[in-house]
Design a protein around this ligand. Structure first.
Ligand code: SAM
Ligand code: SF4
Length: 347
């Protein structure tokens, strides 16, 4: 029923089973989990070169968990395992139909401990959905935007248009959603967007985080030399702003204050990983548990879920998967050779 496999992780463990206290989901390094990233689909309306194959083969629809199945998984994580934050992701979550209705169902889990419902999106379809998402109970939205130049934006997203994304950002703010922007920075592609993005986001009063390019792309294009490390991003910012480092928290990003009045973050997974404080776990749209973006293997939750396993059996599967979480990118540095890349994993 359960098929956890490990490939060459360099950190394989066969440890005692995870603790079984209600409300606790912990790995063997003692890191408890509070945040679930739930992927709604592997499909996407963009083709970002750092994420998606040029010609993706979508997973068969019947393999995707239904909303009913996703909700029962979410309920287990929240009610029994102490997850307080759920982030919906993909692929592009908004290409799946009826996301607001699903958010409304998740909203019902606040009664059993859910505190925050979030969405990560490319925002191409956000303008039309933002009011319904906010009304359904969505708290916040992370929007990916790697350039403010329409041509470069189109090149990086494989044909995406910038204007609808800007419209999506406006609509999300108008709907009262908390908005954060994410920009992947890649050497030779958009490192000279670091400053324009910072100036614009600061003027707009929207938080922005840069993301270092991670070795999870589908096209094999990642090389260490394409990563723009946090230190270089900060150096670029210093060209235009007074930059002060803020103390590091449990957040994945390190934050800096620009000119005394604006916070900007860098998610430096490659140059300065935050794995030691990681409180996340991921479930793909097909019900595979990946305790880490860089996990070499997964645990299949869909088969027992569809096979009629009891809640106790499913909890055992989840606890076992999380218990085996590796130390993180610190261990699995370099390319992770697997049959899954970012869009299917749920970034
Ligand atoms: N489609 C949505 C979006 O783009 O926001 C959600 C899914 S996407 C996989 C989630 C995040 O992962 C995005 O912010 C994207 O920029 C980031 N991402 C994808 N591939 C990446 C890579 N190889 N390195 C760093 N970030 C990556
Ligand atoms: Fe789609 Fe998001 Fe991947 Fe871009 S980063 S291809 S928008 S899933």
């Amino acid at each position: 029923m359960r098929r956890y496999f490990e490939m060459d992780s360099g950190n394989a463990r066969r440890d005692p089973p995870a603790p079984r206290q209600a409300g606790v989901l912990v790995d063997s390094f003692g890191r408890s989990k509070r945040k679930l990233r739930l992927s709604l689909t592997d499909r996407c309306n963009f083709r970002c070169g750092y994420c998606m194959p040029e010609e993706p083969e979508w997973l068969p629809k019947e393999q995707l968990l239904s909303y009913e199945e996703l909700l029962s998984v979410a309920r287990l994580f929240v009610e029994e395992l102490g997850i307080t934050n759920i982030r919906l992701t993909g692929g592009e979550p908004l290409v799946r139909r009826n996301v607001p209705a699903f958010v409304e169902q998740l909203d019902g889990l606040r009664a059993v401990g859910l505190e925050r419902i979030s969405l990560t999106t490319n925002a191409a379809l956000l303008e039309r959905h933002a009011p319904a998402l906010a009304a359904a109970g969505l708290d916040d939205v992370n929007i990916s935007i790697d350039s403010l130049d329409p041509d470069r934006f189109r090149a990086m997203t494989g044909g995406g248009e910038l204007e609808p994304v800007l419209g999506g950002i406006r609509a999300a703010r108008d709907a009262g959603l908390a908005v954060k922007l994410n920009a992947v920075v890649i050497k030779g592609e958009n490192e000279d967007d670091v400053l324009p993005l910072a100036r614009w986001a600061k003027d707009e009063g929207v938080p922005l985080r840069y993301i270092e390019f991670m070795p999870l792309d589908a096209r094999g294009g990642w090389q260490p030399g394409k990563v723009v490390p946090e230190a270089d991003i900060v150096a670029a910012l210093k060209g235009s702003f007074r930059v002060e480092a803020q103390p590091r928290t449990r957040e994945p990003a390190t934050y800096y204050t620009l000119d005394g009045d604006y916070s900007i973050g860098v998610i430096s997974t490659v140059s300065n990983p935050f794995c030691s404080s990681c409180d996340r776990v991921r479930v793909t749209a097909t019900g595979e548990i990946y305790p880490c973006l860089f996990s070499p293997g997964f645990t299949d939750l869909k088969t027992p879920l569809r096979g009629g396993a009891s809640a106790e059996e499913l909890l055992g599967v989840i606890r076992g998967a999380v218990w085996q979480k590796d130390a993180g990118f610190v261990v699995n540095s370099g390319y992770v050779q697997r049959g899954i890349t970012m869009h299917a994993l749920g970034g």
